[in-house]
Each structure stands twice: as structure tokens, then as C-alpha cells.
Ligand binder design. Sequence first.
Ligand code: NAD
Ligand code: WQD
Length: 339
Amino acid sequence: MKTILVTGGSGYIGSHTVLQLLESGYKVVVLDNFSNSSAESLKRVTELTGKNVTLVEGDIRDADCLNALFTQHKIDSVIHFAGLKAVGESVAKPALYYENNVYGTLHLCKIMEQHNVKNIVFSSSATVYGDPVELPLHEALPTGTPTNPYGMSKLMVELILSDFYKADPSWNIVLLRYFNPAGAHPSGRIGEDPNGIPNNLMPFITQVATGKREYLSIFGDDYDTVDGTGVRDYIHVEDLADGHLKALTKIEDNAGLFICNLGTGKGYSVLEMVHAFEAASGKKINYKMVPRREGDVASCYANPALAEHELGWTAQRDLQQMCEDSWRWQSQNPDGYAK
Ligand code: NAD
Ligand code: WQD
């Protein structure tokens, strides 16, 4: 039975991935400092699967903690989600983001190497493409210049890990470029639980639906898109989690350095999202048009062909399911895991 270390495993994407790993027979060790999550998500994962997770509360920047973890557990591969992800906060606190995301990952990989663990799946982002030069985005396109320190931290980690591989090809490194995760586990027991005012569209919409927020501000209606609002490739978090299991299989077959989009290939505008959510939830979403948000691009969606070809992965869930599952989670847990 393989043992997987999941850093950031109690967070949004991590908890859904841990659940699928347990269901697929992996042993799971989670390392999380709970800076953006709590242990409640993993309690619920255990409740849903009937299986336990080994939980280590600690930080990827803490050498003693990592050394103890790798000594105590025979880790086969690492899925590395731990990181900070608020774009606006990264502009205000660049040092925090580079320290946590870039130094943290470098530190983790150095200690992995010392323990001869050289298999890693890393949470990258479509943000590394910068302002798209062509659409859909495919992996052979050059990376661009992300417009904020969060995005830069993802690009820097991609470059660092690529150099690790060049220096030592016994590493197996999968860089997964996520598009826009949304949705929740269909049970409604685990989901996205942002701190404070959500930055991302779907959690903002669901909080308008529960009455927690009065209206959605739509950032710009003058883009060159179907209805003037921004277009993104929303991907169900369950599909994303499945992509990580497929990436582990690829690692077991000696992935080398493998860079891959995880997206559906379909773009939806903000207004299309609002209408799809209204249809799925039966709730009216009030919105106001406001000026564009700095750093936003008009459209961003994936060419997912490489994931299909190399991982045997395609997104199975559609927008309606994303909206239904997000709504089930939010309506049953209006205060997230606090309840
Ligand atoms: P999340 O905040 O829910 O999960 C991240 C987890 O990492 C949290 O549980 C947090 O407590 C933990 N963490 C942060 N810094 C840590 C550290 N130094 N040591 C140990 N644990 C730490 O975020 P998520 O949405 O699940 O995202 C997971 C990963 O995917 C992140 O790296 C994120 O940047 C990346 N990503 C997310 C999206 C998205 O829109 N959600 C898109 C692209 C990439
Ligand atoms: C989606 C669309 C907004 C909120 C960001 C990061 C990226 C990745 C995912 C995270 C855009 C519009 C949003 C609102 C709105 N990483 N919107 N009103 O900006 O595509 O990507 O999250 O870890 O790196 O940049 O996602 O959900 O913020 O926005 O009109 O209140 O919704 O303008 O068109 P984005 P998003």
C-alpha cells in the first residue's frame, strides 16, 4: 500500500483529493499548518470514507517537523498543495507569498531529497500563462508574466522544480496547471471555506445566495467576450482531485518532468455562471456591474488534450453539477466548517 504525503491536505482541493486517495486504497499523511483551514475537513473525510488520515500539524518551512515526518513515515510520493493563494493579499504582502510558496516549496524539496523521496505533484495554476497569447491555452505555449506575486510564486516554483529535474532526472515531477476550481463533494460535507470576503467568483455567488452578501460585483462588462464579462474554465473540484490520482499513476510509470493543464476546455462568462447557479439553486443572485478588476484577463480556458492523452483524464462533471454541489455545501454549511 503506497503512502502519500499531502501538504495542505485539509484545504479545499486537498481535502477532496485526500478523500479520493483513501477511497482508492492509499495511506495518507497530511501536513498542514491550518493557516487557511481546520482539522474539521479531515474529520469529515474520515466520516465519509470510514478511513483514517495521519494528520501532522506543521509547516513546510520547518525542517525539524519535515525531518521527523519523513523519518517516521515511508513516503512514496508527495502531493504539494500547501501555499497561500489570495491574489490581492499577495500584492500587499509579497514577502509572505514568496517566503511561503517559493521558499516553502524549495525547502520541502530539499528535505525530500535528503530522504530520497523524489516524486512530487505540484499545484500550479493557469496564471503562469500570463495574458493569453492564444486560446485555448496549451502546455507548449511559453509561460507569460503573471501580474501578481501569487502568480509569480507559481511560475518560480515551476522553474525551480524544472531545474531540480535537469540536475537529477531520477526526480518525477508533475506540474498541474489548474484552471478555476469550483464545486464540492456531492455529500455536501466538504467544500470551499474561504476566510472573510471571498476573492473567487463561485464562493462569492454562493454567499449571495445564502444572504450573507447583498450582491455580486461583476468586474467589467466591456471585455471582448460573449456578453462582455470575463470568461473562465471552471473545473469541478472532484475532477481536479481525480487528476491528482491520475498524476500519481503517471509518477509510478516514471513521469520525468511532466507539465499538464487540468481544465475542461470550455469557458463560461460571469453572467453565464450567475444564470447557471440560479437555475441549479432556485435562488436569485443580485449583481451590479462595476469597473474591471486590475490584473484580470478577458478570457482564459484550457486545451485539455494532453491530460487526456497522457493521464487518461478528462473532466466528467459539468457546470450544472458544479453549481448544484457548491450550493449543497454552502446551504448546508452557511458558516463553512465553523458549524
Ligand atoms: P487552501 O487555502 O484551501 O489550501 C491550502 C492549504 O495549505 C491550507 O489548508 C493551508 O492551511 C495550508 N498551508 C498554507 N501554507 C502552509 C505552510 N507553509 N505549511 C503547511 N500548510 C500550509 O487552497 P486550495 O484552493 O485548496 O489550493 C491548494 C493549492 O492549489 C494551492 O497551492 C493553490 O495556490 C493552488 N491553486 C488553487 C487554485 C484555486 O483557485 N483554488 C487555482 C490554482 C492553483
Ligand atoms: C473569475 C471571474 C472575475 C469575483 C484566480 C487566480 C488564479 C487561480 C484561480 C487561485 C473573473 C469575475 C470574480 C467577483 C467577478 N488561483 N469575478 N466578481 O481571477 O480567474 O483566477 O483564482 O489560487 O491564479 O487569479 O478567478 O474566481 O477570482 O474570477 O466578477 O466578486 O469572475 O473578474 O472574470 P480568476 P476568480
